[in-house]
Design a protein around this ligand. Sequence first.
Ligand code: FES
Length: 386
Amino acid sequence: MFHATERLPHILPPQAYWSDAQFHDEIGRLFSRSWHFVGVQSQLSTPGDFITTDVCGQPIQVRNFDGVLHVVSNVCAHRHCLLSGLKSGNSPRLRCQYHGWEYDASGASQRIPLAQHFAPLDRNSVRLPIYRVESVGQLIYVNLDANAPNLSTFLGERYETIRNAFNDGWKVMVSRSFEQQVNWKIPIENSLEAYHVPAIHPETFRVDPGEDRSKHHFVDRGSWFETELPFAPHSKADALFQRVEGALVKLFLGSQPTRRYQQHLVFPNNLFSFTDMVSLLHVVRPRGPRACTSVVYQFGRTGSSYLSRKVCQLWGSMAAQITLSILKEDFQLFPDIQRGLDASQQKGMLGRCEERIHQFQHWLQNQLEQTDSTGQIATSGCPHLG
Ligand code: FES
């Protein structure tokens, strides 16, 4: 059932989806204090493994130093070159690719070739900024703000659910990045309603489960949608898929199938979807007023015996292909949504079934208005949804 009893206002005006001022506000007041997903543990399992990425325009390097993850700026203190231009790799020391300056896990300079040329040198002034890193299950998150709440607080009451859904009983089945020339809120809002399903996903999701089969849950840091599987109960193919998945859960995982589908948003840009056999993370990274990157990691079960590992791998790979098909169906529509927002002179509106979008817009507007001088973000309930 839905919470709203009547249609809701579309809070954000069209320019919120393309204006430079809105984008810089969102980066400066919101994303610069958020936790950002950067990768998974298996990418950094060996000392010397590293990945590089940009968080809010800051190049960073996440690195395994003797078994412990640390995050440093990927910009050298000498003459500003990226320490590494690779997306990932393994190297025995954190060394700049240009002149070979080396740094330790605290960001302090260690070895400077021909250091006598730099005398007198205050070693304390020659260091890389370091940042916070935490994990939930196998997911690695980074925060640029030393004063932001920890990752567990950021994820709120969903922390345990997320940790269990990405623990060592799961493995990555597929990971992809999709560059999109649209505002980051378009993919997020698209994920917050099933109203578009009959038009956009007639062969995959097939139907909108509707109000009777949908539950919307609202919490301080987001919302989630829950329904029974199969998504389309009248589809023979979906019913068969669910019967097979239920049998796999009983046979190979030794548990009763829940036959539940949950889809979560943790503000501002972390989407999670869960079934008994699938854990999906979809993070939408803003890159510009009309540019974002969708980062997708889908996990499947690992299984404990040789046979269960093989079957879980097969099932997980098949589920991953279905997810990619669904995402591509959504992604092909986004440029037309952006073009409409660029031209629109309407306010827009939201139906009751789109109430999760209303909560997201209300939260976003509140964060941008109420970020105080200490950088703390105020929380407040939505007048329409409580
Ligand atoms: Fe890094 Fe020179 S710029 S060592």
